[in-house]
Ligand binder design. Sequence first.
Ligand code: AQP
Length: 339
Amino acid sequence: MAEPTNSKPRVLSGIQPSGNLTIGNYLGALKQWVEVQSDYDCFYCVVDLHAITAEQDPDELRRKTRESAAIYIAAGINPEVSTVFVQSHVPAHSELAWMLTCMAPLGWLNRMTQFKDKSARQAQESIGAGLLNYPSLMAADILLYHAELVPVGDDQRQHLEFTRDLAQRFNHLYGETFTLPSVMTPKAGARVMGLDNPTAKMSKSEESENHAVYLLDDLSRARKKIMRAVTDSHREIRFSDERERAGVNNLLTIYQAVTGESRAAIESHFAGKGYGDLKRDVADCVVATLEPLQGRYNELMNEAGYLDSVLKVGREKAAAIAEDTLKLAQERIGFLAPS
Ligand code: AQP
C-alpha cells in the first residue's frame, strides 16, 4: 500500500462542476469538509470527469470548474492545509476507474438509485454508459487516496457502499490493496430539498426558477427564493416526517444546519410564530452565510494567478499519491510494467 505522506487519516470528497453550486451542496458536503480539515489529511477535488456523464458546454464546464474550486476556498477550505485539485488533472482517476469498471457487476450498477433516477428522465437510447459507470469512477477517486472518511450528502451513501464492496472484491481477488472508506454525513442538512418542490432533492441541474438557492446568488434574489418556498396550510412550526409538511420541515432543517441549534431550541424559538417569520429567519441566516463567502470568492477571482497556483500544487500532491496506488493496482492485476 502507498505510504501516507501525512500521519493523519485521509479524507476525499468532490463536487461536480455541472452547474451552480447550491446551499444543498454547501450544507451536505462543503460545510463538513471545512469542519474536518484540521483533523484529517483532506483531498477535495472538482470532479469534472463525473460532470461529463451529462452533456456539458465546453466553455461553461471550464468556467464552472474554476468557479467551483474558488467556492471551495471561499467556503473555508484552506489550500495550505487541504489539497484542492481538478479530477481530470490526475489521469490515474480515469485509469483506475477503467479497471474497476471491468470488475463492477452490472447488477450492482443497475441497482444504484442515482442511475435509476437520472436515467428515468432520459430516452433510453440517449443515456451515456458513463452514467451507469459513475459509481466505479467515484470508487476510483476514493480508493486512489486510501481515504478513510468520505464526507458527502445522503444521496451518496449508496455509492459509498458500492465503493466498499468493490474494494473488498478487488482485495479478495488480488490481495490487500485498497482501504475501505467510511461515509460521513451531517446531522442536519444531509438532504436539502427543493424550495419549490420539497419532496425532491435540491439539485444544481434542476432549472426551475425558485428550486434552489445558489451560493453565488445575488443576496436579494436568495432571500426572495426562500420567501417563496412552498409550505402548507398548517400553522404549527415543528420538525415533521409527514410528506405534506415537507416544505416547513425543509426550512427548519436548513435553519438547523446553518445555525447548529438543537431541534428543541428551534421549535421553541418559532413557537407561536407564523410561516412568514420562519422564512424571514431562514433567509437571514442563509444570507449571513452567503455574504462573506461571496466576498471571499470575489477577492479570489480578482487575484490573478492565485487559483491556478493552488490547483497546480494540488495536482502535484494528488498525482504523487494517486500514481503510487495506481501502480500497485496495475501490478496486482497483472499489467506488465513498462521497462
Ligand atoms: N440537496 C442536497 N442536500 C445535501 N447534500 C447534497 N449534495 C448534493 N445535493 C445535496 C451533496 O453535494 C455533494 C456534491 O454533489 P455532486 O455535485 O457530486 O452530485 P449530486 O449529488 O448529484 O448533486 P446535484 O447538486 O444534484 O448535482 P447534479 O444536479 O449535477 O446531479 C455530494 O456530497 C452530495 O451528496
